[in-house]
Design a protein around this ligand. Structure first.
Ligand code: GDP
Ligand code: GDP
Length: 501
């Protein structure tokens, strides 16, 4: 028997993460929401109060509530604090994720809370966190004793078990409401829109973009970093490409937007995947429609009390998350700036396809020299996006702008590529023959096979004995080979290594 439906505060199904302090609720929250939250999280005071976010789990958008940190305001005893903090969220939730710490085992506080939860008559999923590795999974089973069903072993910190958890949550959700279904189906309300206004953007400082713990090249892929991103993409309307124009202030993004919009200015309303503050503008050519997402963050003026660079950075990230292919607009009269490369690396990190748009081409005097300088810079500084499409035009006069959408479409196609496993392994055998993997501590690594586990962006897994010990330069050799042999240019490419017994 299902209890009363949760309060439709946002119209979205609600998932609450509950449990005693320190079991990893916030870590799990960040993991389920995806990277954006984690990136924004280094702004003190902003995220500390943020206990809710929208997350997309297997194509369903949910409102996720983290009950961690709400404890401070509550009464004294541990259980009192836990209960007060979680009670509201739990009573509102469609699904409760009850988190325990598999490493420390079941504590009396867990038991107490479990008993209380069972009485609330809400669908509860028992999540045993910190269960990384084999021993962790075994420890998780101890939680059976709580009488809340089979524990789901995860490691929020390491990303293990998260994809399965997402599936299970999605299955436990109530069926989509009419409103949710409608939001997914209608190509949105369309209305005549005003001319896109010139926005004022603060100047960017990109220190925030590449913190030391945020690897910006493809040498250290976090296996699950893309999971949420990938899944989120499923909300995009099928067959309609979603892009964003990003770049430094004054690069010409709004001029470009107005140019490609031409006379047909349409703005579409709320759609899955779009946040409250974003709109998607439809542009079309003879090949069909493309949505340009335009986030309020990119248009909005920074508020006085906010750090300017943070604003723009998070706005850029917001736009990246909504887009499939990103058009990086640069002012060609200024050449390729370090900040442009920083944005490109951000695009790479978020797993998006990229097209480089050299704007203000009308104002460039020595086009040959500028083009060469830019390509040289790309070759040296942006190897992780090797071969990306470069389009030069003038948004102001319109000359050359017609080359943009075709380049975007080609990149999207590459981003969606699936290479058949047979073809992939014939290639793999030839590559291994030509240049066998090196010895590691005196023993040869046996690489057995390769498979593409997903697209958007193309992601491959190599299996083999002790494959995880493969030296980085060999991994890079494989990545470059994949890129060249299958034409996977202008998109990030992920390669993971899995050891087999
Ligand atoms: P909360 O109080 O329940 O929100 O817990 P936090 O998310 O703040 O995490 C508490 C501590 O547990 C932090 O030090 C995390 O780094 C750590 N932690 C979270 N998830 C994991 C995990 O999967 N494995 C391990 N080993 N530690 C974790
Ligand atoms: P945004 O901040 O990236 O949105 O940049 P804007 O679209 O507001 O453009 C910044 C400035 O560059 C404006 O003065 C535009 O007129 C100018 N601009 C934009 N595109 C071009 C172009 O193709 N050629 C030239 N010469 N100027 C341009």
């Amino acid at each position: 028997m299902r209890p009363e439906p949760a309060l439709p505060v946002s119209g979205l199904p609600t998932v609450a993460i509950a449990g005693r302090p320190n079991v990893g609720k916030s870590t799990l929250f960040n993991r389920l929401v995806g990277r954006r939250q984690a990136i924004v999280a280094d702004t003190p005071g902003v995220t500390r109060d943020r206990k809710e976010a929208e997350a997309v789990l297997r194509g369903r958008m949910v409102r996720l509530i983290d009950t961690a940190g709400l404890e401070e305001a509550a009464p004294d005893s541990l259980f009192g604090r836990m209960r007060a903090s979680s009670e509201m969220a739990v009573l509102e939730a469609d699904v409760v994720l009850f988190c325990i710490d598999a490493r420390s085992g079941i504590t009396p506080a867990d038991e107490h809370f479990a008993t209380w939860l069972r009485k609330q008559n809400r669908p509860v999923m028992l999540v045993a966190n910190k269960a990384e590795g084999k021993s962790g999974a075994a420890a998780a089973m101890e939680a059976f004793s709580l009488g809340l069903g089979t524990p789901i072993a995860v490691s929020a910190e390491h990303g293990e078990g998260i994809a399965d958890l997402m599936s299970e949550i999605a299955e436990a959700l109530p069926p989509p409401t009419e409103a949710e279904k409608a939001a997914e189906e209608i190509p949105a309300r369309r209305r005549r829109a005003k001319k896109v206004e010139k926005k004022e953007e603060p100047s960017l400082s990109f220190a925030a973009l590449t913190g030391p713990d945020e690897p910006s090249d493809d040498t250290a892929p976090d296996e699950f970093a893309d999971e949420a991103v990938f899944i989120e993409d499923e909300t995009a309307a099928p067959g309609r490409l979603r892009i964003a124009f990003v770049g430094r202030p004054n690069a010409g993004k709004s001029t470009l937007l107005n140019r490609v919009l031409g006379e047909e200015r349409m703005i579409t309303g709320p759609e899955p995947g779009l946040t409250r503050d974003s709109v998607a503008v439809m542009v079309s050519d003879e090949h069909g429609e493309v949505q340009v997402v335009d986030t309020a963050g990119l248009r909005r003026k920074a508020r006085i009390d906010e750090k300017l660079e943070k604003m723009s950075t998070s706005a850029t990230i917001e736009a990246l998350k909504l887009a499939e292919v990103v058009v990086l607009v640069v002012d060609a009269t200024l050449g390729l700036h370090e900040q442009d490369l920083q944005i490109a690396r951000l695009v790479e990190r978020e797993g998006r396809g990229c097209v480089l748009a050299l704007n203000k081409w009308d104002a460039v005097e020595d086009r040959v020299a500028v083009r060469k300088a830019i390509f040289d810079r790309l070759e040296i500084s942006l190897t992780q996006m090797r071969g990306l499409e470069v389009v030069a035009f003038s948004a102001k006069t319109g000359a050359g702008v017609q080359k943009l959408l075709p380049a975007v479409r080609r990149t999207a196609e590459i981003w969606n590529t699936r290479v058949p496993t047979g073809e992939l392994n014939r290639w793999f055998d030839a590559v291994l023959d030509r240049h066998p993997p090196p010895l590691v501590s005196g023993r040869r690594l046996k690489l057995r096979y390769i498979t593409q586990v997903k697209s958007r962006p193309p992601t491959f897994v190599v299996f083999g004995t002790r494959a995880e010990m493969l030296p980085e330069d060999y991994r890079r050799y494989l990545v470059n080979g994949l890129r060249e042999s299958f034409g996977l240019t202008g998109v990030p490419l992920r390669l993971q290594l899995r050891g087999t017994k």
